[in-house]
Design a protein. Structure first.
Length: 270
């Protein structure tokens, strides 16, 4: 059985330690958490240094570990040293990779910072996942993400993320995924949506997604196109579910069970 992770925003109101408990309760092997919020206005629960002992205790009791740590945006004036505190927290938790987005429209400068971030990550045994999306115009397609990885010198610990929502909304297809060499991929995220339209601004949908398999996204084809070793998480925030009073655990269980069915049915060819 392939490992599966649950993303923090699938159970938005849960604390990071409680997310690890939810991971265990839903049969997930990992959890994706926030350790760095670039703005105090970002409403996501984040791990603090004071939480580390409790996080470690929950990992020991549930068997679930931390996979991704978020998020480390590369802006035009980014100070990479400002990330070190959070990267060290991630390393202490035994995280697998950090997540970054590119907001800098100077390709060469952004690529240089991606290379430097990858080096800082490698020092802490972390991989790097570059997430493209229409919400970051500087890196708004799978092709742009690949370009930045190449410009950065294709660091051994860096790759791109395939989020089903961002792939579809930026016009990407399973064929685009299949066309890339296996070593370009870092991780993938499962969710669904009601149509295949291409959009520049879809933030409301990004925070209110459909359970995998209940929409029209070509999730099965995407999973088949990805290398079989690609890490996968379920990222299904549901403001609608929260408003209806559905508990974080019940929302998470429904999303994870659907994601697990699709993941178990996948037949990757590489």
């Amino acid at each position: 059985m392939r490992p599966l992770a649950i993303h923090q925003i699938t159970a938005m109101e849960a604390s990071p330690p409680d997310l690890l408990t939810i991971a265990g309760q839903t049969g997930c092997q990992h959890a994706c958490v926030f350790v760095h919020l670039p703005s105090p206005n970002v409403p996501f629960p984040a791990v603090t240094r004071a939480m580390i002992p409790e996080m470690q205790a929950r990992m020991a009791s549930t068997g679930a570990t931390v996979s991704n740590i978020e998020y480390f945006p590369l802006t035009e004036d980014v100070d990479l040293d400002a990330f070190l505190y959070a990267l060290d927290i991630g390393a202490e938790l035994g995280a697998h990779r950090l997540v970054t987005h590119i907001h800098d429209h100077d390709d060469n400068r952004a690529a240089d910072n991606l290379a430097r971030l990858s080096a800082l990550a490698a020092e802490r045994n972390l991989a790097v996942g570059l997430e493209f999306m229409g919400l970051t115009p500087a890196c708004a397609s799978i092709a742009r993400a690949v370009r930045f990885i190449d410009l950065a010198g294709k660091p051994a610990n860096a790759g791109i993320a395939i989020d089903c929502l961002h792939l579809v909304r930026t016009g990407g297809t399973p064929a685009d995924v299949a066309a890339l060499a296996a070593d370009y991929f870092s991780y993938a995220q499962l969710c669904d949506g009601p149509d295949l339209s291409v959009q520049d601004d879809y933030l409301p949908e990004a925070m209110n997604r459909m359970v995998p398999g209940e929409g029209v996204f070509p999730i099965a084809a995407i999973l088949d196109a990805l290398p079989g070793a690609t890490a996968v998480d379920v990222e299904v925030p549901s403001t609608t579910g929260q408003q209806q009073g559905i508990s974080a655990l019940d929302r998470a269980r429904r999303a994870v069970e659907a994601g697990r069915r699709l993941l178990d049915a996948a037949r990757p060819s590489r």
